[in-house]
Each structure stands twice: as structure tokens, then as C-alpha cells.
Design a protein around this ligand. Structure first.
Ligand code: ARG
Length: 459
């Protein structure tokens, strides 16, 4: 039965129904829809709009429906949307009292309320998964404190660093995501219920009662905006997009570092895949797929932004398009976060190879220039002198470590016998003790701070 069929002479065409119905995807909202209806009925009785007996019947009926759905004893089907389904089912079970549930309410404020309740849980799931991932990164960073690896700019070796620095960098990104998710959840925790179709209601409702029952921070202050605001959903999609962007960077680094060419990481068999034709292959399909899913999540953000663009006030059916992309982004992002958290401990850090790579390709050149600068040579001059040393080394197929102190002295009198101690990857990494730098000491401080900040989010 349609909720609105009284005004119509003819039923809708079958294909129009198929096109219009949202039940196939909004049935996910069943539990929040029932929770919001229970709060609404309780408030109606408190305000004397329906009797306590009617409210009890309604709430009992709704709870029974929830129990049946949860137990798998009630199939959600045969209605236009989840709101119609629950109401029809209620009327089937308790009769006329059920027909009073929709007093002082419209599906417009109902769906907006349901969706915000759903989004609130989705924000909490993101938080939980982000916390797990950062914990996982912290474990790897702690192990990495003992190792050094090259850091890169332009994907060219740049300077040696403590390997923990790499993992902490990702923790910082995901901590920003945690902060963003918390702020979005807070901004979105405003209740549209009581906005009616668009203009509020003439019944003596008390929105503070429903607000408290549903644990919203406050009722929205403008009914037109209340029924049509989907900013919270767009923010959720942006938060997911940013998370996927961070994950895609981590995936890319894992893929790259686990190649034969780099060889810093080895992904365990449990998280690798093979080739149907090339027997030797071990492929990083999991991080590749995750990197690929980033585009899909960005797509959902762009789709919703486009849908809500230029929507006239207040509710328009376009807004039904707010859900499917949201649900998919939620699923893809949470799955990705969880699988990354699970896979990280299964990545072996090949410390010897990382250390060897940090020593090569003149990674210590900055420190040679700094050595001179610290002894009074203007940095620009020191840079030029070191550049010449590097050039000569390349021509003679030698490294900075092959050079003797005497040879260094020929380039600048400021070079002393201790220059040979400076040109080791370990010394270069250890020297970067500035706040936020790549020495093991600084990285240890960073890790301590990350763990402290993470505690705020542990539920
Ligand atoms: N299924 C609809 C949605 O998701 C529910 C609201 C329907 N409101 C209406 N005026 N047709 O947006």
C-alpha cells in the first residue's frame, strides 16, 4: 500500500515504481528508522498529541518489527521505501493506532533524521577503523626505530632517515582524518525531526524530547534547511575521500618498496597474489586494488556534490540519490582501512637492504655541505663544493664513503679528519635531531606524541 494513494485514481506504472522505489537500498536504514519512530511516538504521547496507550502500542509494535527483522524473520520488501515498509507493517500488526504514528511528521524530516542517525554510526565506524590502523602503524614505527632507510623527493633518493619516520608520517595523516571525522560528526549531529514536510507543524510538539531520546546535540533551527540539508553526507564523503587518498599513497609506497628494484619491504604470501601465466610472480593486488578504489570513492563525493547543486528549497526527490554512493563509500573505505591495518604487520622490513640503499646514491651529500657550512663556509659555496665532489665521484665511479679525508681536503681546507664519520647513512639520520626530524630520537618523540593523541579517539 502506498502512503499517499488516497488522492490518486490510478496506480503508478510498474516501471515508474521500479524507478522511484528506494527500498532496495534504503532498507539498510530499518533500525534507525524504527529508533526515530519510537522517539517520535514517545514525544507525541508526552505532548498529549496521542494517548499513552497508543504510544505504547506503537512502540511495542515497532520493537517487535525490529526484533523480527534482526532475527531474519521478516523480509523487507513490497513497499516504496523503508519508511512506508515499517509503517505498513506496523498498521498490519496493531491496526488504527499505527496510523497515528505519522502525526506531525513527514517523510522529509523522517528520512533526513534517519540518514543522520545512520551517518553518525558510520562516522563512528570510520573512527574505530582509523584507530586500528594507526595502532598498526605505531607498531611498525616502533620496529622501524632500529633501522634506517632512504627518504625520497621526486622519487629520487634524498636523505637517510630512521625507518620509523616513514610509518609516523602516515599516522599523522590518519590522525588528521580522525580529527576531521570527529568534527564532521559533531557538525552533523543536529536533528531535523519536527521540520515536517518543510514548514514545521501546527501540533504542540516538543523537539527537545526527541532530540534527547535520539542523542542529537540540538534540533535544527530552520525547517526548510532541516529537511534539505545533506552537508553531513557530503562531509562524510569528503572524509572518506581524504582517507582513501592517504591510503592510496601508503599503497603506492608499499607497492614500490616491495618491488625487486627497491626491495625494502616484503608482503607476506597471505596478502599477495600470483599470476595465471608467469609462475615466478608475487603481485601486490591488495594495495593495488585499494589504490584503485580511491577513484570510486572520489566519484561518490563528486556525484553527491553535483546532485545537491542548485537544488531549490526544500526537499526534492533528487535527494533520494544521496544514499547509494554514501553506503558504497562507507563500505569501501572501512574495508580498506581494516585490510590495511591487518596487512601491515604482515609486511617484512628488509633492514639490510634499506640500510644499504640509504648509503648509496650520495644520500649523505647534504651532510657534507652542512659540514662545511658549520665550519664557516657559506652554505651556497658549500653546496657548490659538494656538488663538484659528487660529480667527480660519479666520473671516477666512487662513493662519498670511498673518499679519504685527504682527498676531501683538496676540495676545501675546512674539511677535517672527522669528515669520514659524517658520510655514513646512520650518522646522517642520527644528526637530524630537529623537532619533527628523521633521527631515531626525534622519531621516538613523534611516536610518543602520536600514541598520546590517538588515545583521544579510542572508543
Ligand atoms: N525515499 C525518499 C528519500 O530517500 C524518502 C522521502 C520521500 N519524500 C517525498 N516527499 N517523496 O528521499
Amino acid at each position: 500500500m502506498k502512503l499517499w494513494e488516497g488522492r490518486f485514481d490510478a496506480p503508478t506504472a510498474k516501471n515508474a515504481d521500479l524507478f522511484n522505489d528506494s527500498l532496495p537500498f534504503d532498507k539498510k536504514l530499518w533500525s534507525v528508522d524504527i529508533a526515530a519512530s519510537i522517539a517520535h511516538a514517545t514525544m507525541l504521547a508526552n505532548c498529549g498529541i496521542i494517548t499513552a496507550e497508543e504510544s505504547n502500542l506503537i512502540c511495542g509494535g515497532l520493537n517487535a518489527i525490529a526484533d523480527d527483522i534482526a532475527a531474519g524473520n521478516l523480509e523487507i520488501a513490497g513497499a516504496e521505501d523503508i519508511h512506508s515498509f515499517v509503517e505498513n507493517e506496523l498498521v498490519k500488526r496493531i491496526g488504527d493506532a499505527g496510523k497515528k504514528l505519522h502525526t506531525a511528521r513527514s517523510r522529509n524530516d523522517q528520512v533526513a533524521t534517519d540518514f543522520r542517525l545512520y551517518a553518525r554510526n558510520a562516522f563512528d565506524s570510520l573512527t574505530e577503523s582509523l584507530v586500528w590502523l594507526v595502532e598498526s602503524l605505531c607498531d611498525r614505527a616502533a620496529e622501524g626505530l632500529k633501522y634506517i632507510m632512504p627518504g625520497y623527493t621526486h622519487l629520487r633518493k634524498a636523505q637517510p632517515m630512521c625507518a620509523g619516520h616513514f610509518f609516523n608520517a602516515y599516522s599523522e595523516m590518519f590522525l588528521r582524518d580522525l580529527d576531521r571525522v570527529r568534527a564532521s560528526r559533531e557538525r552533523g549531529n543536529v536533528m531535523p525531526l519536527g521540520s515536517g514536510a518543510l514548514a514545521g507543524t501546527s501540533y504542540p510538539i516538543d523537539r527537545d524530547i526527541t532530540c534527547e531520546l535520539l542523542e542529537f546535540d540540538r534540533p535544527c533551527e530552520n525547517s526548510l534547511d532541516g529537511v534539505s540539508d545533506r552537508d553531513f553526507a557530503a562531509e562524510f564523503l569528503f572524509d572518506c575521500s581524504m582517507i582513501m587518498s592517504h591510503l592510496s599513497r601508503l599503497c603506492e609506497d608499499i607497492i614500490l618498496y616491495s618491488t625487486e628494484e627497491f626491495g625494502y619491504f616484503e608482503i607476506a604470501d597471505e596478502y599477495s597474489t600470483g599470476s595465471s601465466i608467469m609462475p615466478q610472480k608475487k603481485n601486490p593486488d591488495i594495495p593495488e586494488l585499494m589504490r584503485g578504489k580511491t577513484g570510486r570513492v572520489y566519484g561518490h563525493l563528486m556525484a553527491l556534490l553535483t546532485t545537491i547543486k542548485a537544488i531549490p528549497l526544500a526537499y526534492n526527490k533528487d535527494l533520494q540519490e544521496d544514499k547509494e554512493g554514501f553506503f558504497d563509500a562507507e563500505k569501501q573505505t572501512i574495508n580498506s582501512l581494516n585490510i590495511m591495518a591487518e596487512m601491515l604487520p604482515a609486511i617484512k622490513l628488509k633492514s639490510e637492504r634499506m640500510a644499504e640503499a640509504a648509503e648509496a646514491e650520495f644520500c649523505c651529500a647534504t651532510d657534507v655541505a652542512d659540514y662545511l657550512a658549520k665550519r664557516g663556509v657559506p652554505f651556497r659555496t658549500a653546496h657548490a663544493v659538494t656538488g663538484k665532489i659528487v660529480r667527480d665521484c660519479i666520473a671516477s665511479k666512487r662513493t662519498l664513503q670511498d673518499m679519504t679525508a685527504e682527498e676531501y681536503k683538496k676540495y676545501a681546507p675546512e674539511f677535517g679528519g672527522d669528515i669520514c664519520d659524517v658520510v655514513s647513512a646512520q650518522a646522517c639520520a642520527d644528526a637530524r635531531t630537529s623537532y619533527g626530524g628523521a633521527s631515531a630520537a626525534s622519531v621516538k618523540e613523534n611516536l610518543k606524541s602520536i600514541k598520546k593523541r590517538l588515545k583521544e579517539y579510542s572508543l
